[in-house]
Design a protein around this ligand. Structure first.
Ligand code: GRG
Length: 293
């Protein structure tokens, strides 16, 4: 399966929807809407929306019925990047190869653009036409759990507290399971829930998601050492400079690569029972560790 083509198609589908669903930048206050669109349309890989759509496909769902939720995940992801780049957090001037939101629009506007994207996400998830209300409520519960105190915010807090101190392997895993893994796992689960997945299907997909979430982070850490600044859109080696704990720094580069490979094999095995319909999920898993950006 041609994963670049698959992601390209899904990206176009999701971008058209995002363009429709985000407030137009000609509306008042223009700066807020410009900042939201600046960060949403900055060239992200749309991995989380692709996971929503691929999981939905694996259980025989309908893409039109989960596109708003796919966009909701991209809104939460983009908010997290905008806030992560702020001076009070990682203080990054560059994101996706161009000035980060607060560098382009100022700090207050960036905070508000992030807040607006986070809240828009729940509005979009709630606006899912022709799907049973019980499923929609479940999706909203999943999304808020993954984004909030038990998910991404939790991981971000531990990450911030861990800067400059020696971090154990369990703490490193805690950070990544919560900071990046939770939202990815939730994207997979929500796509499947909207498609009407049964509990057994959901269990297999949750195992798949846990493996790719960690593999994604390991791959990200490896790219931080071996990637090129042009492809990543940010300087290489910044984790090391900031003394951030990463998989290569704690378990070594070779071991990190082996661990990522094993996790992908585990992810692929978890969705074997779905047959052909899980090909996109398998391809996304492989893409996660093979990507260059
Ligand atoms: C502000 C509550 C709060 C949380 C921020 C996710 C996060 C938590 C911070 C991002 C920091 C970071 C760069 C983590 C590494 C993994 C990661 C999320 C990379 C970016 O995701 P991609 O590669 O990004 O999917 P694109 O640009 O393709 O959308």
């Amino acid at each position: 399966m041609d994963i670049e083509k698959y992601i390209g198609e899904k990206t176009r589908f999701v971008n058209d929807a995002l363009d429709r669903l985000l407030p137009p930048e000609t509306d008042y206050p223009q700066n807020l809407f410009k900042a939201m669109r600046y960060s949403v349309f900055a060239g992200g890989k749309r991995l989380r929306p692709a996971l929503v759509l691929a999981a939905n496909e694996a259980v025989g769902g309908n893409a039109e019925e989960c596109v708003n939720t796919a966009c909701a995940f991209e809104c939460v992801h983009t908010y997290s990047l905008i806030h992560d780049d702020l001076p009070g957090m990682d203080n990054d001037d560059m994101r996706r190869g161009r000035p980060s939101c607060h560098k382009a629009f100022g700090e207050a506007t960036a905070i508000l653009a992030g807040d607006a994207l986070l809240t828009l996400a729940f509005e979009l998830a709630a606006k899912t036409p022709s799907v049973d209300n019980g499923r929609i409520l479940r999706v909203i519960r999943e999304l808020s759990g993954a984004a909030g105190y038990a998910g991404m915010v939790n991981g971000q807090m531990v990450d911030i507290e861990s800067e400059g101190v020696e971090v154990s392997f369990p703490v490193l895993e805690h950070i990544h399971i919560h900071k990046t893994g939770a939202l990815m796992a939730s994207a997979v689960r929500c796509g499947a829930i909207l498609g009407g997945a049964g509990e057994k299907e959901l269990e297999s997909l949750t195992r798949y998601a846990a493996s790719i979430g960690l593999a994604f982070q390991i791959a990200d850490d490896i790219l931080g050492v071996e990637g090129s600044a042009a492809e990543l859109g940010k300087p290489v080696g910044s984790d090391e400079k900031r003394k951030k704990a990463t998989y290569p720094s704690i378990i070594g580069l070779k071991e990190s690569k082996e661990m990522a490979k094993e996790l992908i094999e585990r992810a692929v095995a978890s969705v074997e029972a779905f047959g052909e319909k899980a090909e996109p999920l398998k391809a996304i898993a492989r893409y996660i560790v093979e990507r260059r950006k």
